[in-house]
Design a binder for this molecule. Sequence first.
Ligand SMILES: Nc1ncnc2c1ncn2[C@@H]1O[C@H](COP(=O)(O)OP(=O)(O)OP(=O)(O)O)[C@@H](O)[C@H]1O
Ligand SMILES: [Mg+2]
Length: 363
Amino acid sequence: MSTVSFRGVSKHYGPTVALDGLDLEVREGEFVSLLGPSGSGKSTTLNLLAGLLDADAGEIRIGATDVTLLPPERRDVAMVFQNYALYPHLTVFENIAFPLEVRRPRPDAATIREKVERVAGLLGIAALLARYPKEISGGQQQRVALGRAMVRDPKVFLLDEPLSNLDARLRIRMRRDLKALHQALGSTIVYVTHDQSEAMTLSSRIAVFDHGRLQQYAPPAEIYDRPANAFVANFVGDRETNFLDGALEGTDGELAFVTALGRIPLGRRGSALPSRAGLRLGARPEAIGVEPAAGAELRVALAELSGADLFLTVQGRDNTEVVARADPRAVRLEPGATVRLRFDPTRLHLFDAESGAAVSHGS
Ligand SMILES: Nc1ncnc2c1ncn2[C@@H]1O[C@H](COP(=O)(O)OP(=O)(O)OP(=O)(O)O)[C@@H](O)[C@H]1O
Ligand SMILES: [Mg+2]
């Protein structure tokens, strides 16, 4: 296992800038996710690290070695792709053993067996070693592909959306297994995903990309609670963040943000915030409480029950709306009901309306 470092790494395809001046340090044993929407540069970053692409500029290091100009086979990384391909004519055992079989000098048969069995045990597929890929499930095939990477014991594992072909339940189970596996092996893992909840649960740190640029690099809780900009706030989270334009208003040092949906107390001392125009408030659905209020101006426009949560779309006079999250067992509100909103000041963010950069986060 090893550290990874990108310094000023860029890659373009013709006029398309796929990666723009990436600086990123991965510590030894870290699980780092590269998260972002389609086309944001995640796979480009991983392929540059694997040596499958050449950088236009910058330097890439694995451990102390500058690998920028090294071919893939000399970088000692193991990669698992989204469309992992197992050899159909080889058994599970032979598939996992393959990287060892082609190693020169070839390890002896007992060593190969021992390594394959250890990896298969860790992945929970020890009982399947004699089967062929077509005789096992998709999730089990996925584990075999992981096993084939693990058996090499590389400096760094590179995983590009390895769970995306699995159904939702299996993905969550594999996610848990991957996390346990990482804890058991202590390996350095760079993991590409566009699934924010996958990145949240797996990672020690998340690197959020948009348009080839690193937007924020921090532990999951910090990404969630202190997003660097409006893009990160919106992309990370099960639901979109609500954004409201408005103006700061201070009375007795107690600040509020005045919006089309009313006056939202920020619960902060005036000195904590720059008095300035051009701000936008960001509030996740769970930062907004809803209660019935006879004769109020706000109305429920839509009520969506999703198992444990009730998401309420609440509309103001000028059709400005926000989505709030409520407990369906505590709150019974139908479309048309008039309501009052309570914004939790500790969970509100202010962004520069123009650039999207965060200006302040809830106390
Ligand atoms: N071989 C290529 N030729 C031209 N443009 C490319 C090539 N590969 C990638 N790109 C472009 O580079 C940008 C980054 O692509 P990349 O594959 O890194 O995105 P990604 O974040 O992995 O997206 P996805 O989630 O869809 O896999 C995109 O605009 C993409 O269209
Ligand atoms: Mg990709």
